[in-house]
Design a protein around this ligand. Structure first.
Ligand code: GDP
Length: 319
C-alpha cells in the first residue's frame, strides 16, 4: 500500500484514509505502521487551512482556486473537517458534487469529512490524512472547515497557513468575527466581490484591513501580513493574487525558519493532545477508574474536596 501511495495512486490513498478513520484496534496498528513508514522522506506539501461560515462560498472558492492550481500543474488534495456533521445524507462539506469540476480533475483529490462528531477523533484522522496526502506527493493540501467553535483553531494547528473566507457585510458585522480568529488568520478573503456585491465586499475588505493593522505584529510575518483582500470565487477575481500572497508568506517563513518552527511546535502540540486523549480513553475503559471518578465528582459537588484536590487524588490513583 505504501508504495502505491508514494506513486500517487488515488485509490490506494483513499483506502489508506479509510484505514486511518477506522476505530478498530487492528486497523489502528496498521495505520500507525503505515504512517510511520510514509513519513520517512515524505515531500512537504503546503498545508492550507480554510474556514468560513456555511454559505460564504467555501466550496465555490475551493473549486475555482483548486482548478487555478491544477491548471499550473500542481496537485491539490482537499480534506474537509466538519466536527458537527452528525446530520444524515452527507454533511455540508461531504457533498462532492459541489466541487464537480475539481473532483473530476486527475490532479485533484477530494475527501469529505469523516462521519463522526468527536472533535479529537476528527483532528487525529485529519492529521493522518494530511500525512498520507503529503506522502502521495500532493503539492497543496487544503483543509476546509466550517467556521464553528473550536474547529478553526484545530485546523490552524495543523496548517502552514490559515485563511478566513468572509462574505460582504454591513458595517457592524466586524464584531461577528472573534478576535481570536483574526489573530490566527494569515489571509482574510472577502468573497463574492462581483456584481452588486462588489462595493460591499470592498468596504468589508477595508474594515478588516484596518482591524488587522491593529493586531500586534507577528514575528512569523513579513511586512503587509496578515492581509485582507477581495476575491470572487465565481468570476475568479483575486484568486491568482491570493495564491501569490500564500506563496510569498510560505517562502518568507521557510527562509526565516518560521515554517519549521511552526511544524515542530504543532507536532509537540498534537503529541500532548494525543496523550491527554489517550489517558481519558484509558479511564473511560476502566470500570474502577470510572467509579473513582464518580465518587470524587460527588466529593467535589458536595463540597468535601476542591476540584484540584480531587483531580490530584484521581491522578495519584492512576499512577
Ligand atoms: P459554502 O457553504 O461555504 O461551501 O458555500 P458555497 O460555495 O456552497 O456557496 C454558497 C452560495 O454562494 C452559492 O449559491 C454560491 O453560488 C454563492 N457564491 C459562492 N461564491 C460566490 C461568489 O464569488 N460570488 C457570488 N456572487 N456568489 C458566490
Amino acid at each position: 500500500m505504501a508504495l502505491k501511495i508514494r506513486a500517487g495512486d488515488r485509490r490506494a490513498l483513499a483506502r489508506a484514509i479509510t484505514l486511518v478513520e477506522s476505530a478498530r484496534d487492528d486497523h489502528r496498528d496498521q495505520a500507525l505502521a503505515l504512517i510511520s513508514k510514509l513519513r520517512e522522506d515524505a515531500p512537504q506539501a503546503l498545508r492550507i487551512g480554510l474556514s468560513g461560515t456555511p454559505g460564504v462560498g467555501k466550496s465555490t472558492f475551493i473549486e475555482g482556486f483548486g482548478l487555478h492550481l491544477t491548471g499550473q500543474g500542481l496537485r491539490v488534495a482537499v480534506l474537509a473537517v466538519d466536527p458537527s456533521s452528525t446530520r444524515s445524507g452527507g454533511s455540508i462539506l461531504g457533498d462532492k458534487t459541489r466541487m464537480d469540476l475539481l473532483s473530476r480533475d486527475p490532479n485533484a483529490f477530494i475527501r469529505p469529512s469523516p462521519s463522526q462528531s468527536h472533535l479529537g477523533g476528527v483532528a487525529r484522522r485529519t492529521r493522518e490524512a494530511v500525512t498520507l496526502c503529503e506522502a502521495a506527493g500532493f503539492d497543496v493540501v487544503l483543509i476546509e472547515t466550517v467556521g464553528v467553535g473550536q474547529s478553526e483553531t484545530m485546523v490552524a494547528e495543523m496548517a502552514d497557513l490559515f485563511i478566513l473566507l468572509l462574505a460582504p457585510a454591513g458595517g457592524d458585522e466586524l464584531q461577528g468575527v472573534k478576535r481570536g480568529i483574526m489573530e490566527i488568520a494569515d489571509l482574510i478573503l472577502v468573497n463574492k466581490a462581483d456584481g452588486d456585491l462588489k462595493p460591499a465586499a470592498t468596504r468589508t475588505q477595508a474594515d478588516y484591513a484596518g482591524a488587522l493593522r491593529l493586531l500586534r505584529k507577528r514575528v512569523q510575518d513579513p511586512d503587509g501580513f496578515p492581509k485582507a483582500r477581495i476575491v470572487s470565487a465565481l468570476t475568479g477575481l483575486g484568486l491568482e493574487d491570493a495564491w501569490g500572497d500564500m506563496q510569498t508568506l510560505s517562502d518568507w517563513r521557510k527562509e526565516h525558519g518560521h515554517w519549521d518552527t511552526r511544524r515542530k511546535a504543532q507536532g509537540v502540540h498534537w503529541f500532548e493532545e494525543s496523550v491527554r486523549a489517550g489517558l481519558l480513553a484509558r479511564i473511560n475503559a476502566d470500570e474502577s477508574a470510572i467509579e473513582a471518578m464518580r465518587l470524587l465528582a460527588l466529593d467535589v459537588s458536595e463540597g468535601r474536596l476542591s476540584p484540584d484536590h480531587a483531580a490530584a487524588k484521581m491522578l495519584d490513583g492512576l499512577a
